[in-house]
Design a protein around this ligand. Structure first.
Ligand code: ADP
Ligand code: NA
Length: 327
């Protein structure tokens, strides 16, 4: 039987090209080899946005549209919303019983995030327990593999430790999930930093080609290349990083490196070449997004069917757990 894969994303708004190249492209590939479950984790979004939850529902729809546009296929994968499957909450409670506080307090991303996110009081019980809910998401389906970015590896380690600890108390029920590290470089945003919604430097999947070109046209390049006649260094240029992600024409790669380092081509020309590749990659993605935008009854059916399938698997695990605890 095919191995089971689980991954999720928080519904925080429209997804961008970093999500596409850094996660979704890989998720789409995994669909053909594994039994995949892809979950829009709205409870996780509520953890940081509990004071204003009004956009979570709308954001779930945006994420679903972006996922389907990117090529996640509801015929191949189980695509669903976390809160539609209440068993996530039940397993979260069960795991919280055996979670040592020290594991959560030591979690480096916890310390980092609690200081970074502005104007939000994240000193809550739930936010400290973020990795416990994440472990529940994965272990509920006995997922064997979890594709994650490097930023999530500490969290996944807690999931593995929780599975081991649970099994020690109650018997071999929960397999330890393996990390499947996504081999994609950081996708830079228009300002050269990592593309991220919170930096305001993102190119969204849903942006039209015109909007994308406006962002790419004004992107920063190698700062040392002030004039058209200055030679540049591709390794210091975020436009080149985007070429490496979206441009598969190796001959053109050589042309660009030579042109840039000898001032043979200008940055605008280089950006135009990049835009052609982005346009080509995005065309079928935009077409699928437009299709689903105008077929909202399909969206509803997809997400209901996904929840139904996920609930069946989830309840099997919960039954085993409740039994072995001895309730
Ligand atoms: P979440 O809060 O749901 O973890 P993020 O916005 O941090 O959402 O992104 C989810 C995943 O998408 C990350 O773990 C990473 O794999 C990928 N990702 C996001 N932004 C980028 C980027 N700029 N470059 C590469 N991958 C990215
Ligand atoms: Na993240």
């Amino acid at each position: 039987m095919a191995k089971r894969v689980f991954s999720g994303m928080r519904p925080t708004g429209k997804l961008h090209l970093g999500h596409l190249a850094g996660a979704l492209t890989n998720w789409v590939r995994l669909q053909n080899e594994y039994e995949c479950l892809y979950c829009i984790v709205d409870w996780h979004a509520l953890m940081s946005d509990y004071a204003d939850s009004s956009r979570i529902r709308k954001n779930c729809k945006e994420v679903l549209l972006d996922w389907l546009a990117a090529g996640l296929d509801p015929e191949k994968s189980t695509i669903f919303v976390q809160s539609h499957v209440p068993q996530h909450a039940e397993l979260h409670l069960a795991l919280s019983m055996i979670t040592p506080l020290g594991w959560l307090q030591r979690n480096p991303t916890y310390k980092e995030q609690i200081l970074n996110i502005q104007n939000k009081d994240l000193g809550t019980y739930a936010f400290l327990g973020y990795p416990v809910l994440m472990a529940s998401d994965i272990l509920l389906y006995k997922a064997e593999m979890v594709p994650v970015g490097e930023d999530q590896s500490a969290h996944l380690e807690i999931s593995r430790e929780l599975a081991r600890r649970f099994n020690n108390f109650y018997g071999e029920i929960l397999p330890e999930p393996q990390m499947l590290l996504t081999p994609t470089p950081k996708v830079p945003g228009t300002d050269g930093r990592k593309m991220s919604k919170s930096y305001g430097n993102s190119i969204d999947i849903a942006d039209s080609p015109e909007e994308m070109w406006n962002k790419i046209r004004t992107m920063i390049t190698d700062p040392a290349r002030e004039r058209r006649t200055d030679p540049g260094d591709p390794e210091k240029c975020p436009v080149w990083d985007l070429h490496k992600v979206f441009n598969d024409d190796k001959e053109q790669h050589k042309e660009i490196i030579k042109g840039c380092t000898t001032a043979g081509i200008g940055c605008v020309q280089c950006k135009k070449m990049l835009m052609e590749h982005v346009k080509r990659v995005m065309e079928p993605i935009h077409e699928r997004r437009r299709y689903y935008e105008s077929h909202s009854e399909n969206l509803r059916n997809i997400i209901l069917a996904g929840a139904e399938r996920a609930q069946i698997l989830a309840q099997q695990t919960i039954d085993e757990i409740v039994n072995s605890i001895g309730f």
